[in-house]
Design a binder for this molecule. Sequence first.
Ligand code: SME
Length: 137
Amino acid sequence: KEKEKSVENRLTEVCQLLKDSITYYNWVGFYFKNGDKDELKLGPYVGEPTDHTIIPFGKGICGQVAVSNENFVVPDVAAQDNYIACSITVKSEIVIPLFKDGKNIGQIDIDSNTPDPFTEEDERFLEFVNEKVAEIL
Ligand code: SME
């Protein structure tokens, strides 16, 4: 229990650091596979509260990444049909899967209020963040 709590705190700090450091990161959070269910559960995050605390595999950008194991960069959320809107201010999104021992156990999800801000640099950077995060899980 003590260990779980400190991991939660550390992940919240990671979210806060990312949001504070990168101007176009407006909502930063982690989703994790919910036990043995085919769904994601919201973990630590920083930004506006979201109603989407549970996301079935396949649904939305996050649910698609849970199944594809691939990065998903969305320059314009309005152009996506399988998208779950959390806030009308969000223009773009990036979701990077998080692997532990080679298994896709969750993801980092970032929403931006800026249109098309994400580059390959964000992908490489967030892959690195996820590798570091996996080491404390
Ligand atoms: N937009 C996501 C849902 C999660 S919110 O961005 C926090 C999606 O389509 O999966």
